[in-house]
Design a protein around this ligand. Structure first.
Ligand code: 2GW
Ligand code: MN
Length: 298
């Protein structure tokens, strides 16, 4: 989908976090959703303004990541080291690492104003459960210390690393990530859950975009609602012997269909290098690690 916002909606692109967004800077891509939320692409926002506004408001920004089983040794160190270089540089940041082996978490040197907290979680025997259980665990964390100390939280997969600036321009009441593999497909081809018995089901004709569960975020209150919705529906499906096609991601997509995100991140905020070069992807900021399903999904 290409094209700039209809002019009637332009007023809505005054963004609390980035000042005035400039959707005209990118006539090659869609920079505004039908409900008036900005889709931020490189050069539509001013990172310096976002930086200043976030500092003025004295935000603490949380970043949660799960590293269970082999994912800890395989991905966590690089994720954290590159986050120190690129994630919310100059802001107050608190990392929350969830793992079943706190002692094995690498000691990464943190810049001033940044801290790392490790929370112990049980190791689920099935990998699908490791992924899905995150919603329940995040919900509880947001109701506890994380929710008290952070204003905004980003929740991420660990099998990726930062490559470019990932700053407060991404912040909003609720934030969804366009999926790198699906952002240019017509809606009927998107891999939503289609089994009507599942609480995650979307009918043909429903769904705005396909969002990637590797990055989502928002205010603590908004994320409490999101994680409650997803954890509850994951449980309801399981009680009836159902598991949605893309697990927690299917439920996240259902949530954002019902509760539209306030900001949408272009695929450069979570890009897959395996896709190759694309003219509209100017500065990838977070890169997926190569998938090693055969090795890791036994
Ligand atoms: C997951 C799959 C197969 C084998 C292991 C794991 C695994 C995941 C694990 O052993 N340990 C672990 O900590 N995880 C956590 O779950 C980790 O944070 C990881 O990034 C996250 C999601 O698993 P991942 O990255 O292997 O799945 P993707 O990249 O295919 O993720 C998409 O689809 C998932 C549901 O199937 C999630 O919705 C995910 O958020 C999506 O990006
Ligand atoms: Mn992943």
């Amino acid at each position: 989908p290409m094209g700039v916002c209809p002019s009637a909606r332009m007023a809505l692109l005054r963004d609390n976090f980035t000042g005035l967004l400039n959707p005209w800077a990118r006539p090659d891509v869609l920079t505004c959703t039908s409900w008036g939320a900005p889709i931020i692409w490189d050069s539509t926002f001013n990172p310096a303004v976002a930086q200043q506004k976030a500092l003025q408001q004295n935000f603490t920004i949380g970043l949660t990541v799960f590293a269970v089983g082999r994912y800890l040794e395989k991905y966590l160190a690089r994720f954290l080291e590159t986050a120190e270089q690129h994630f919310m540089v100059g802001q107050r940041v608190v990392y929350y690492v969830f793992t079943e082996r706190p002692a094995a978490v690498p000691r990464v040197a943190l810049a001033p104003g940044r801290r790392l907290r490790v929370e112990r979680v049980a190791r689920e025997p099935r990998w699908q459960d490791v992924s899905m259980q995150r919603m329940r665990t995040l919900h509880e964390a947001l109701g506890g210390r994380l929710g008290r100390e952070a204003h905004f939280v980003l929740c991420m997969d660990v099998d990726q690393h930062f490559r470019g600036a990932f700053g407060p321009e991404v912040l909003a009441e609720s934030v969804a990530q366009l999926h790198a593999w699906h952002y240019h497909w017509p809606r009927w081809l998107l891999p939503y859950e289609r089994d009507v018995r599942s609480t995650a089901a979307l009918a043909l004709g429903e769904g705005d975009f396909y969002y990637h569960a590797a990055v989502f975020g928002g205010s603590v209150a908004a994320l409490r609602g999101l994680t409650a919705h997803c954890a509850r529906n994951l449980r309801r499906d399981r009680e009836r012997g159902l598991e949605a096609r893309w697990h927690d991601e299917s439920h996240l997509n259902k949530f954002f269909w019902l509760h539209k995100p306030a900001k949408v991140l272009s695929p450069e905020f979570c890009w897959s290098p395996e896709i190759g070069r694309r003219a509209e992807i100017r500065q990838p900021r977070l890169l997926w690690a190569p998938k090693e399903y055969a090795l890791l999904r036994d």
